[in-house]
Design a protein around this ligand. Structure first.
Ligand code: PMP
Length: 360
């Protein structure tokens, strides 16, 4: 069988070693004679597992002690609503920095709950570029400032942290969480769906600074209320136990492979290889400025739609799956999250070279 490399944007690859471990212990987890899916989430074994899971994540991501870690449901989109419900409670307005699809959707959702001011920070004159990150002059008028660190669809990543003075900074890190080290102390809330770099879909990580908990507006549903969830170990209702367990395996896996420092090195090496190839020819184009080129989602296109469709079809046959770009953008997208080995990127480049020769 041809070796398969899966470039899906999410749900995305999970490390093979993690899937093998899950497979090996599927029918008999922790010598219980049952799977992890079939036991009480309040029992000792599950509680021990989630305690270890949080400990590993704190170590991996260097999460300071004054932050709570929540594992919730509803995806990142759930947080688009939960963030304003929990934080927009004083000044009654929030600032949304928009640099692509997801940050725009987040702003629209928040507008149902609070007054939203949007600032477009994407300069799309020639290459997509984020050229303004200092909002310290206006940020303090707002309950919080929200942005998206990595726009998954266009492959625009913001590596520097926006300057918001003493205002609360909130980040949607769905598609670059755990891909590189970040200084968490600069953030009030960080959230991310699990299905790109942490595990399967169905579970959402929320990291929230202690002083921001407990001010949710009164009508906030308990499943979205950070204070309620923090008090009940993220278990105000039955959690997605299997997804949580798999995230725990992924955190352990990352820790035993050099932590985020090593993951970042691997990610930068993979992205550099692919962008260097894109820079080296005129058959494929990428329209993101160097400093905002995502190390997770690499977008590219040929000169026409038919050729793009042919590329995707032939790549799929060659074992390179899920390279079709998102429908709002078209073209191609290679999502090269933590679990993608460098061999996958090498195989993609070899295919791109061959395709370019045959179709130039
Ligand atoms: N934000 C970003 C950056 C995303 O990439 C996605 C999903 N691709 C979302 C939010 C929405 O996530 P979910 O499907 O978990 O609600």
């Amino acid at each position: 069988m041809t070796q398969i490399f899966n470039f899906s944007a999410g749900p995305a690859m999970i490390p093979t070693a993690v899937l093998e471990q899950a497979q090996a212990e599927l029918l008999n987890w922790q010598e219980q004679g049952t799977s992890v899916m079939e036991i009480s989430h309040r029992g000792k074994y599950f509680m021990d597992m989630i305690t270890q899971c949080e400990k590993d994540l704190r170590q991996l991501f260097h999460i300071p002690d004054n932050y709570k870690v929540l594992f919730l449901q509803g995806g990142a989109r759930g947080q688009f609503a939960a963030v304003p419900m929990n934080l927009a409670n004083n000044k009654g307005k929030a600032l949304y920095l928009v640099n692509g699809h997801w940050s725009s959707v987040a702003a629209k959702e928040a507008a149902s709950f609070t007054q939203v001011d949007e600032i477009n920070i994407l300069n799309s004159d020639r290459m997509l570029r984020v050229d303004r990150l200092d909002f310290s002059d206006i940020a303090e008028q707002y309950d919080y400032v929200h942005y998206c660190t990595n726009e998954t669809i266009s492959g625009v990543e913001i590596f520097d942290v926006p300057n918001v003075g003493n205002a609360v900074l909130v980040a949607d890190m769905s598609s670059d969480i755990l891909s590189r080290h970040i200084d968490i102390s600069k953030f009030g809330v960080i959230y991310a769906g699990a299905q790109k770099n942490m595990g399967p879909s169905g579970i959402t990580l929320v990291i929230v600074r202690d002083d921001l908990i407990g001010n949710a507006r009164q009508e906030t549903p308990s499943i979205w209320n950070y204070a309620v969830q923090a008090k009940s170990d993220s278990m105000i209702n039955t959690p997605p136990t299997f997804a949580w367990y798999l995230c725990g395996l992924v955190f352990k896996h990352l820790l035993t492979h050099g932590g985020l420092e090593a993951a970042e090195q691997r990610n930068r090496a993979k992205a550099e290889l692919l962008y260097n190839y894109l820079n080296s020819n005129t058959f494929y184009h990428n329209y993101v400025a160097e400093e905002n080129r995502s190390i997770m989602n690499v977008t590219f296109t040929t000169d026409n739609h038919e050729l793009n469709a042919k590329f995707v079809a032939e790549a799929t046959k060659a074992g390179l799956q899920a390279l079709k770009g998102h429908k709002v953008l078209g073209g191609m997208r290679a999502s090269i999250y933590n679990a993608m080995p460098i061999e996958g990127v090498q195989a993609l480049i070899a295919f791109m070279q061959k395709f370019a020769q045959e179709n130039a």
